[in-house]
Design a protein around this ligand. Sequence first.
Ligand code: ZN
Ligand code: ZN
Length: 418
Amino acid sequence: MTTHERKIAAAIDEAKLDKLAEVVVKVGLNLQEGQDVFLTAPVTALAFVRRIVEHAYKAGAGLVTPMLADEQMTLARFRFAHDASFDRAPGWLYEGIGKAFAANTARLAIVGDNPMLLAGEDPAKVARANKANSIAYKPALEKIAGFDINWNIAAFPGAAWAHQVFPQDEPDVAVAKLSDAIFAASRVDKADPIAAWAAHNAALRSRTQWLNGQRFAALHYTGPGTNLTIGLADGHEWEGGASVAKNGVVCNPNIPTEEVFTTPHAHRVEGTVVSTKPLSYQGTLIDRIAVRFEAGRIVEATAAHGQDVLRKVLETDDGARRLGEVALVPHSSPISASGLLFFNTLFDENAASHIALGQCYAKCFIDGDKLTPEQIAAQGGNTSLIHIDWMIGSDKIDIDGIKPDGSRVPVFRKGEWA
Ligand code: ZN
Ligand code: ZN
């Protein structure tokens, strides 16, 4: 470690980092005795990964297999790799990952690398590489999307990411501020983080129970630039906080999490909607998105910034133009209250109500684990290689629930639960 690196590492509260590692293992994954773990992380998160591995083995893990990625190596590919390589992905690796998931291996992803890493690279190459990766990863990803196993995503405050969020600050100050924001959002600043998560999960469960009892046919959003009706999938189910994977383990897939979410009907979305926060997508900031839906399909799409990237995303496949998720987050959520743009979906999607283009979650259906892909599609569930969340909530958005008989129930007023 250089002096500079040591100074940055010292900016992160070690006790809280250790608590976050424990929360990831015990609340995020709820790792079971003897269960294997496959984890991915950026090399910058090494200190965090070591703590996670320690907590995992203390919790009785079988085998923990880490795979670390390095930004310089990623950039080397985009700068020097043969053109044909951008249509390829290590299929053998994804095949192995799929086999691990099929054998009940828990999945942990640590994020925290530079959100703008690929900003200077050729967008066409980035799109090709992403597509090749998505295709190769699809069989394994379906086991995550289908919630076959317990999985979790959590974050580490990498220096490049911290600089993106706090560009005015010295590197160590930026890392200290971002780590504090992550620790607060992840509830490890509380005396007993595990108990704090139990209380938070109970609060989210009361929201999902109310929404599931209402059996809304659609949600109607109104606000500046937005007049959108999102039909909900037949037999949809609201989820949020902790939920049960098909392997029977109750886990928290996202740390932090503030959302309750369900599956929209892929063919029943009408009207216009604008984004309320920029979307950081693979190194590009897509800002002020405005789209119009007809029969569930985006027929017009513009963005004040990053429009080319948005258009490429929409061209991925037919499902990329349709919705796979609708999520409600009050404007007063702690992440929203921080006022920060994190340039990271895990955080930014928990700052505001959002929708996602692309793949739906089978879990967000009543008895979703028993439905075939054909049944899910028949009930309105969307299929795509992508799943991209973007924010449409603010303190100016009202949302009504529409019952099958057309009657309306206030759900959100000025961005808060009605
Ligand atoms: Zn979401
Ligand atoms: Zn999502």
